[in-house]
Design a protein around this ligand. Structure first.
Ligand code: NAP
Length: 252
């Protein structure tokens, strides 16, 4: 694989492609939605908070990006029929789907396992693990119809190497890495389908503020610093990369 620190995507890398970004209203998802739009993609902005999604929609339009679309859905409550309805809406409105960035995440305060409840675990598993599985599955026919489809799932260093107090969040993220490995093997016979995991590393976002309240925020990389990795994995330059875990180390 090439050194992603020096990756310089073509301006039209994602031209004529439709890409769904979950959790696009803030943080890394917002930055990815803007980066994909500025490289030619029609971006489907997903999240819970419509006001935030409308803000990103306006930013993309103001920057001269292709007009995006907004598809709200609460991943904690969504059932199979809701994921299928979202996929149907994409087909009706946009006619195709060439990529999904599963970025949305739920994280509670860090606590020992003995303080974590069943309800919290169900929410953590639903948003962080079950939703990426169910949404990918619901969109499979669209992805299969794309000549070059890329699915990116998001893990965390505490999912890759589980650690005390990260509880259900770490277990869900570890599950994401297992899910990607299984899916990549099953897609081995489908040369147009790619799936990989990205681990952003410490980044200045609202989620990081919750887990590390005492940290000096501006010493951290900004979400836009990670975008060469996110662009690489979503576009045709990563066609030979499958089932890999990519760390955004030493952000470009
Ligand atoms: N920031 C870091 O340092 C860091 C480090 C390692 C891994 N990561 C991973 O990178 C990804 C992005 O992180 P971030 O820091 O940018 O996160 P963030 O600022 O907390 O944003 C999370 C996004 O997820 C969405 N979301 C949460 N619950 C949802 C639900 N039930 N239904 C629909 N959307 C929901 C939120 O949408 P609404 O705003 O609409 O509610 C929000 O846009 C996550 O997967 C995270 O685990 C981040």
């Amino acid at each position: 694989m090439q050194d992603l620190k020096s990756y310089s995507p073509a301006k039209d890398l994602l031209k004529n492609r439709v890409v769904l970004v979950t959790g696009a209203g803030q943080g890394i998802g917002r930055a990815a939605a803007l980066a994909y739009a500025m490289h030619g993609a029609t971006v489907i902005l997903h999240g819970r908070n419509i006001k935030k999604l409308e803000g990103v929609y306006d930013e993309i339009e103001a920057a001269g990006g292709v007009q995006p679309a907004i598809f709200p859905l609460d991943l904690e409550k969504a059932e199979d029929k809701d994921f299928l309805a979202l996929a149907y809406g994409i087909k009706q409105q946009l006619g195709r789907l060439d990529g999904i960035l599963h970025n949305a995440a739920l994280l509670f305060n860090l606590t020992p396992l003995e303080s974590q409840t069943l309800d919290q675990w169900q929410s953590l598993l639903r948003v962080n693990l079950i939703a990426p599985f169910a949404l990918t599955r619901a969109c499979l026919a669209l992805l299969k119809a794309s000549p070059d489809a890329h699915v990116i799932m998001t893990s965390d260093s505490h999912g890759h190497a589980p650690a005390a107090y990260w509880g259900g969040f770490a277990v869900a993220k570890a599950g994401v890495e297992a899910l990607v490995r299984i899916q990549a093997q099953e897609w081995d016979i489908l040369p147009n389908l790619h799936i990989n995991v990205i681990i952003p590393g410490p980044t200045h976002t609202p989620q990081r503020t919750r887990t590390h309240p005492g940290e000096i925020k501006y010493s951290l990389p900004q979400p836009q610093d990670l975008m060469p990795y996110y662009l690489y994995l979503m576009g045709p330059d990563s066609t030979t990369v499958r089932g890999e875990t990519i760390f955004c180390r030493g952000h470009v």
